[in-house]
Design a protein around this ligand. Structure first.
Ligand code: AGP
Length: 623
């Protein structure tokens, strides 16, 4: 049994927590969350509901709870956010003091009740929650089906309860049946399993997906992450790769892969639940800005899919992007890339204005819909219209969302759940998809390969985040900002201005740098700071001329440019420099990061909550 005498104390500090977040918790994607509990004298379901709600940041496609008592396994689950599902089926109303729960971010199979966890074995004796991916589930499923087992979902997870039941039917106990199962499955997992035969027991296992155990007075928990259980216990054990844990009324036993009992330390966590949920970041937006390098790496895995889609689509004479907000800015970057590299005429239309252009589409037009949520009403309406005449492609973050079901072809941005209302990591992931799409269309292997370097450039920026915070301090009381750039830096300017408006409530205007002299220059004076995006490349000299124009009108210039550029270091009010190897072609993927941080820090320094800007919603489902 667990030795309670040794307690490590983790101080509350973002970097300490991040160290654990990276090393312990996030080996693999933050997708799906699990919890489980063995309680003494209390019903498990209401507590599981509260615990799993703390993990909604890990996924919100579906939710489910399963409990066990002397009458067997009980289950409630459904697709949708926790509150929606709970309002319909009262998730906390299940008997038993032992149970497991799950929130899902779909990876295999669309979000649906059938694909929701927990998954139950054929005879209903075993219930399982899983976070991770079972890579060889296809072959296991085929072999189990040939033995007569029936599958009710499209998930990789369902093989686990079926295998456990198969071994229990042969006489193994729950623990040994799980061990036999782990020998067969390949991939990553944090698993929690309960059985009708053991109404007071959970067995759990971990490989490359996060799993902790909570040790209460007489109550024991499992969870993907500490925030889930901090209201019940702050004493946690970190389960290491290859270990399994058995939790029952007697306590917790952890065994290694050779079946030896491991003397695990109990660590005292001093975070409060909310702080831990954000992994120590003050806001989800900052956490998501920091997740951009991994979002890019994951999204780059769509390359083969994009290749196949382009081959299947065949000849197209025109491309038309349709999107809203940040997704519109990503689309605009696509226009510049596709027209300049592939020579295909490309339009970008705001989804809410699409109906006026709909009759210009034909069968040789490819209409590309970009949407983080895949549920934006304006975008969906346009998609339904475009389908009637043209081939449609959706670039979407949320698996199984409406746009993915409507479109002919789908590319996923693999950014994981984005909680902050302001799009950050999903914008970068959309851009990565667009860059891959344009580079493959134009047969530009050099550009395609250069995308692998983007995460490193972003990490370099994040390492200098403090410089942006200092710049932000100087501008918290201004009323207006301009953001200017030329060519591919123009959409970046628009996106910088949108970020500023939505989370700081300061008026920000993005403008094509060369267009300023045709009107807005009249607004520029020493009260209007101008952010100039000026990466090295063909547009550099002309952008510097525009910078001089605003400087001459008294504007405080904040220049974002190359670290090799002496001019921006000495001749402007403030500057932030980026690796000199980043040229203007790939700059949109990198130069936007300091703009996100600038808005974030201005927002926080003005005392605002950047995650929940007033009047805005993450997903806009009205026209
Ligand atoms: C971006 O920060 C905004 N939250 C917003 O502009 C958003 O991009 C827009 O509403 C479109 O949403 P979608 O990508 O989910 O379709």
């Amino acid at each position: 049994m667990i030795n309670n005498s040794y307690i490590n104390i983790f101080k509350i500090n973002r970097f300490t927590i991040n160290r654990f977040a990276i090393n312990r918790f996030t080996m693999g994607k933050i997708m799906c969350g699990i919890v489980g509990c063995v309680l003494t004298n209390r019903k498990a379901a209401p507590i599981l509901l509260e615990c799993i709600s703390k993990l909604e940041y890990r996924g919100y496609d579906s939710v489910g709870i399963s409990t066990v008592d002397e009458n067997g396994i009980h289950l409630k689950k459904g697709s949708g956010k926790i509150k929606e599902v709970d309002d319909k089926i009262d998730l906390g109303e299940l008997p038993g003091s032992t149970g497991i729960a799950h929130v899902r971010w779909a990876t295999h199979g669309i979000p649906s009740k059938e694909n929701s966890h927990p998954h139950i074995s054929n005879e209903g004796n075993i219930s399982v929650v899983h976070n991770g991916i079972i890579e060889n589930f296809g072959e296991i499923r085929e072999s189990l089906e040939s033995e007569g087992y029936i599958f009710h979902s499209q998930t990789d997870t369902e093989v686990i309860p079926i295998l456990i039941e198969k071994y229990m039917d042969k006489g193994f106990n729950l623990e040994d049946a799980l061990k036999k199962t782990l020998k067969i499955i390949k991939g990553s997992y944090a698993i929690g399993a309960i059985s009708k035969n053991n109404p007071n027991e959970i067995v759990a296992a971990r490989k490359d997906s996060p799993l902790i155990i909570g040790v209460g007075d007489k109550d024991y928990f499992i969870a993907s992450d500490a925030p889930a259980i901090l209201n019940y216990t702050k004493n946690v054990i970190y389960v290491d790769n290859g270990e399994i844990a058995i939790l029952n009324h007697d306590g917790v036993i952890v065994k290694d892969s050779k079946d030896n009992i491991v003397d695990k330390k109990i660590n005292l966590i001093e975070w409060d639940a909310e702080m831990a949920q954000k992994e120590g970041y003050d806001y989800f937006m900052l956490k998501e800005i920091h997740e951009q390098d991994s979002a890019i790496k994951d999204t780059l895995s769509e390359r083969d899919n994009i290749n196949e889609i382009i081959t299947e689509i065949g000849n197209i004479s025109r491309i038309c992007f349709v999107a809203c907000g940040t997704s519109y800015h990503a689309s605009l970057t696509g226009k510049y890339l596709i027209e300049s590299m592939a020579g295909i005429p490309t339009d970008v239309i705001l989804a809410s204005e699409f109906k006026y252009s709909a009759n210009t589409l034909n069968k040789d037009t490819l209409v590309i819909f970009i949407s983080q949520s895949g549920e934006t009403a304006d975008t969906l309406k346009a998609l339904k219209v475009a389908k009637k005449t043209s081939k449609t492609l959706a670039i979407v973050n949320v698996l199984g969302s409406s746009a993915t079901r409507e479109a002919d072809f789908v590319i996923y941005t693999r950014a994981g759940p984005e909680i902050g209302v302001a799009a950050t990591k999903t914008y970068i992931s959309q851009l990565i998809c667009i860059y891959m799409f344009a580079a493959i269309l134009a047969n530009n292997k050099k550009l395609l390969d250069s995308l692998d370097e983007v995460p490193e450039y972003i990490s370099e920026i994040l390492a200098k985040e403090g410089e942006i915070s200092e710049i932000a301090s100087k501008y918290i009381n201004v009323n207006d900002f301009f953001f200017i750039g030329r060519g591919l830096s123009y959409p970046t300017a628009l996106e910088g201005a949108l970020k500023l408006k939505e989370i700081t409530y300061i008026h920000g205007e993005g403008y094509a740098a060369g267009e300023l002299k045709h009107g807005p220059l009249a607004l520029i004076d020493d009260n209007v700071p101008v952010v100039v995006i000026v990466p090295p490349g063909d547009n550099y000299d002309k952008t510097i001329s525009n910078l001089e124009e605003v400087k001459a009108r008294g504007a405080n210039v904040i220049a974002i440019g190359s670290c090799a550029d002496e001019f921006i270091k000495t001749e402007v009010t403030d500057s932030f420099c980026i690796d000199e190897n980043v040229n203007e072609i790939i700059a949109p993927l990198i130069y936007v990061v300091p703009l996100q941080l600038l808005s974030y820090y201005i927002s926080v320094k003005r005392g605002l909550d950047p995650d929940k800007p007033k009047n805005l919603a993450k997903c806009v489902t009205v026209e």
